[in-house]
Every structure is written in C-alpha cells, then in structure tokens.
Design a protein around this ligand. Structure first.
Ligand code: FMN
Ligand code: SF4
Ligand code: FES
Length: 546
C-alpha cells in the first residue's frame, strides 16, 4: 500500500456512494431501542420502493443524541428522525418520494447540535464503522502517511506538544510531554496502550468513539507508535463493551489487510501491530499501573509511581498510555496542524471535550464542545435544562469529581476552572441534578461505588471508603452529631492524602464538594449529642462503629 493506493480506495469508495444516504444508528444505545430492526426495515422499504440505485441505507455509529434513539438521518437532506420505531421505516423511505413520515422529526438547528464543535466525533454517526473504505474516503490514514513520510518522530512529538493537547482520561497531563518522555527513553522495546476501560458511572464517551469510528483510534495509536519508537500497541477495553470490541477486532483485521497495521506500514520501515485486551470491568483497572498489571496477566492492583509507565511500564519497558479520546484527537492535529488545534479552547485547555450529558436534563446524549464553554451553556442551552423545575447541581468527573452548585453554572469548562471549584473534568461524565436531589445521598452513592471498587491494597482507601460510607449512611438515618460531621471531614482529608492511587486520593471529592456547597443539607440531618432518649451520649457515638 502506498499513497496512490490509498487515494484510489478513497476515490473508488466515493464514486460508489449513492446520492442519498439514510443513516441509522447501530451503536449500543440505539440498539437497545431496536435500531437493528429499524435498519432492516429501512433496507427492505428501499428495495420495495425501487430506490436501491439512488438510496443507500447505512448502519452508522452514534451521532450523539442517544436519549432520543433510535435515530435516522437522511443525508444530504439534513433531516433527522427521533425515537424511530421499526414500523416507521417504510414511511421514512416514502418521504424520499414526497410522502410523510410517521416518526417524529428532530430539530438539527437546536443548540444541542449547533453549539457543538466536532473534531473527534466529526464522522461519528455518518460512517459505517465496519468499513475501512468509508474511513479512507473521508481522509482516513492520510495523517499516518503524512507522519511517516513528511515528519520525523521528533517532529510528530513536537506537533502534539505545540497543540497543547492534554490527556482526556481525567488527569489532563500534557500529551506531548508524555510522548517526549517515552520517546527519549532508551531501549528497543516500547509499547503504546490505549486506555478504554471507562468505568465511571454515567460515562460512555470512549465506548461511543470506539463503536463509531474505531479506525480513528487505531490511526492515532499508530502515529503515537511511530513518534515514540514503539512497534506494539494494546487496546484495553472492558468486557461490558462487546460491540466496541467486535468493531475494533474487525477494524484491526481490515487495517492489516491493507498494510496499514502490521509490518512495513505504507511500505516504510515502520512496523506496528495492535492487540486487544479485554478487562473484567473493575474501575481500578482504568488506573494506568493497574491496567498494565492486568495486561501482564496479573491482578489489577495499582502500584506506586515513580517509576511512571513512561519510564517503566508494560513488562518493564517504556510505555505510552493514553485515553481513547486523546488518541482520537491525533489525526486531526497532524492533518490540520498544531496551530489550528491550539486556536480552539482556552489558554491552558486546548481543543474540544466530549461529555456524556445525563441525569435530570431534557436532551440526554453525547456532546463535543470547545473547552471554555460554560456549564450554563451546556446544561441550559444545549441540554434544554431540567424538564420540571430547576438545576440544583451538576456532577462532573464521576467518582473522582465533585458536585457544582447552580450558582456556579457560569464557570468555564476547562481543567483548571473545574479544579478550582472543587470538581474536575474527569473523563467527561456530566450528571445534572434537580431540586429533588438529596446531595448527601449523592455523596453516599459515589462512596458506595468507591467502596465496592477499592482494590484493597492500601488501608486508607480500603478501610476509609467503608468508614466514610458508614458515616454517610448514619447521617442519612439521622444518627449522627456535629462531632461526627467533623470526623467525616477529617477522614475525607486523611483518605485523600494517604491513599496509594488516584481512586483513594479522589474518592472523598464528592463528599467534600457537597459538604462545601450544600452544608445545610448535612446540618439538617444532625442530631443533638444525646439523641436516643438521653441514653446514648455523643461520646458513646464517637466510640461506636462509626
Ligand atoms: C481509579 C482510576 C480509574 C481510571 N480510569 C480511567 C479510564 O477508564 N480511562 C482512562 O483513559 N483513564 C483512566 N484513568 C487515568 C489513567 O490512570 C491514565 O492517567 C490515563 O489513561 C492517561 O491517559 P491520558 O493522558 O490520555 O488521559 C483512571 C485513573 C484512576 C485513578
Ligand atoms: S487507593 Fe484504593 S484502589 Fe488505589 S491502591 Fe489503595 S486500595 Fe487500591
Ligand atoms: S447510540 Fe444511537 S445516537 Fe448514540
């Protein structure tokens, strides 16, 4: 395969495409609402109407408006149908001959769509994720070619550094700096790992990228391999994501067949193969050192850092580990240049971020927005606000993040601003809560999650999360006093400061942020020291199982 071959595949695919494409989402969310039946009926209706020469019905990935799935979009008519039932399919095809559809038509001019800026998700919901030719037709694998033939590895690293891209897995570590560290490490054997574990409750961004545009991630990984000097990559995906795994497997096979993965890619001296590793669905396995142990076949327990994976990772070799969305940004940066990328977003948070907008909100789904957009713009304009009532809080960053009160909705969404108000960007879960939400219950929910997911290796997290959960439960049962509340805070700081890995270090965040912004809800639950008919004193409570 050389550039001429790639361009020929693109051209053949483009000429093969029919003037009208009917896109039906076949990603997990819409599948659960019978989109495969919709797809089947759309295809039969097209044949029955004799339109098969002009109309192509394509099963595509997720376009983002998952809360209203199954979605069907007609391209280039720019018409969207929501909550389509299998029995609506024939009428949708009928509209191509002037008929009327029985399905509800969506508004593509709504801010949910118009305020988005799609870089990573540019082709999600438009391409058949199981066709490498469709990916190549929209410019796929050109960035890999450009990197291999027009740039040195050091220039690729430099370009990623200048773009200002920061890791989308939660921590926001500068991607270029990480690549540069791995690139400079000595040794012939290095690895690239794509972290697709995605265990935060409410998050499904990475799954959607893998299901909708798997080649985008593979191409990003291959470019990374070239830049840092690695010839072997692993994608770690949790077993609960079977469709993502299946599409990745297919994509890897297709790329190998065309010589875009494997030996001598594009007839160059660069070899890069990718293997999939399936995780058993433990949140802690998303932590990089635990993930590495899991790939090595061990129990997914984190270990102390340093050494960082960049220095000594998989099988003690220098290892580059990045998130799915981080890799999915790479082809655009190489194609359009770092200056273009750095012009999007804020001073310290460049580019776009995908959020899973869920909870008490009218428009549920995935959005990709430029960094710096405010929470209010996301929640009220794009999300359409709370269906009944008002926003009370927005939880960002999942179990590691915090709850932001409605009074701070004008905060810009970027790594540093969210951190400054006691939350964090995290991987992109964004849960909207209304006035009926009990914030102490929210804190208890996240603590219950962390308690269950703690690997147990270090005591502050293993015992601390259990104790914190117990304290919150007793508070909610109205069995705690002011002294207990003080203990709750102290324990939060102790667990944060002494845990071994990020899970324990951030587990108290939802408690601390709700304590900070919703203190009155905690205080309303407090009891006077001698709360049980004067029989139990505050002292005895302090010494009890709390
Ligand atoms: C408990 C825990 C779970 C994590 N889960 C994920 C995850 O599912 N996906 C991810 O990319 N990063 C996750 N991370 C962060 C990774 O350890 C790592 O920082 C990240 O994959 C690096 O990629 P990035 O620089 O592209 O963000 C997790 C961290 C912790 C502490
Ligand atoms: S902080 Fe929690 S998850 Fe991390 S090593 Fe300690 S026990 Fe395990
Ligand atoms: S899963 Fe169908 S639009 Fe997201």
């Amino acid at each position: 395969m050389d550039l001429a071959d790639l361009l020929e595949i693109a051209e053949t695919q483009r000429t093969k495409q029919k003037p009208t494409r009917v896109h039906c989402c076949t990603s997990t969310g819409c599948r659960a609402a019978r989109s495969l039946e919709v797809l089947h009926n759309l295809k039969s209706a097209t044949e029955a109407a004799g339109l098969q020469d002009q109309v192509e019905v394509v099963g595509v990935g997720c376009s983002g408006f998952c809360g209203r799935g199954p979605l069907v979009e007609i391209d280039p008519k720019n018409v969207l149908y929501e909550e389509v039932k299998p029995e609506d399919a024939a009428s949708i095809i009928d509209t191509l001959k002037g008929g009327t559809a029985t399905a509800t038509q969506g508004d593509l001019n709504h801010p949910f769509f118009s305020r988005q800026l799609k870089i990573v998700r540019q082709h999600s919901g438009k391409l058949d994720p199981e066709s490498i030719e469709e990916y190549i037709a929209v410019g796929g694998y050109r960035s890999l070619y450009k990197a291999l033939y027009e740039m040195s590895p050091a220039e690729v690293v430099e370009e990623i550094t200048k773009s200002g891209l920061r890791g989308r897995g939660g921590g926001g570590y500068p991607t270029g700096l990480k690549w540069a560290t791995v690139a400079k490490m000595p040794g012939d054997q290095k690895y690239v790992i794509c972290n697709g574990d995605e265990g935060d409750p409410g998050a499904f961004m990475d799954r959607s990228v893998l299901e909708s545009d798997p080649h985008l991630v593979l191409e990003g990984m291959a470019i990374a391999g070239y830049a840092v000097g690695a010839n072997h990559g692993f994608i770690y995906v949790r077993a609960e994501y079977p469709l993502a795994i299946q599409r990745l497997q297919k994509a890897i096979q297709q790329a190998k067949k065309y010589g875009l993965l494997g030996s001598q890619i594009f007839d160059s001296h660069f070899d890069f193969k990718v293997d999939i590793r399936i995780g058993a669905g433990a949140f802690v396995c998303g932590e990089e050192t635990a993930l590495i142990q899991s790939i090595e076949g061990g129990r997914g327990n984190p270990r102390t850092r340093p050494p960082y994976p960049a220095q000594s990772g998989l099988w003690e070799c220098p290892t580059l580990i990045n998130n799915v969305e981080s890799f999915a940004n790479i082809t655009a940066i190489i194609r359009e240049g770092s200056e273009w990328y750095a012009s999007i977003g804020t001073e310290k948070s460049k580019g776009t971020k995908i959020f899973a907008l869920t909870g008490k909100i009218r428009n549920n789904g995935l959005i990709e927005v430029p960094m710096g957009i405010t929470l209010r713009e996301i929640v009220e304009e794009m999300g359409g606000g709370v269906p009944d009532g008002e926003v009370k809080a927005v939880q960002t960053g999942g179990p590691s993040g915090g709850c932001i009160p409605a009074s701070l909705l004008d905060t810009p969404v970027d790594y540093d601003s969210l951190m400054a108000i006691g939350s964090m960007m995290g991987s992109g879960g964004m849960v909207v809560m209304d006035q009926t939400t009990n914030m102490v219950e929210v804190a208890q929910f996240y603590m219950e999650f962390c308690r269950g997911e703690s690997c147990g290796k270090c005591i502050p997290c293993r015992a601390g999360t259990v104790q914190l959960y117990g304290m919150l439960t007793r508070l909610l049962k109205k069995q705690a006093t002011q002294a207990d509340l003080e203990k709750l805070k102290d324990l939060c700081y102790m667990v944060k400061e002494t845990s071994l890995c990020g899970l324990g270090m951030s587990a108290p965040n939802p408690v601390l942020s709700t304590l900070r912004y919703f203190t009155e809800e905690y205080e309303a639950l407090l009891q006077p020291p001698a709360y049980l008919n004067g029989k139990v004193t505050a002292g005895s409570v302090e010494n009890s199982e709390l």
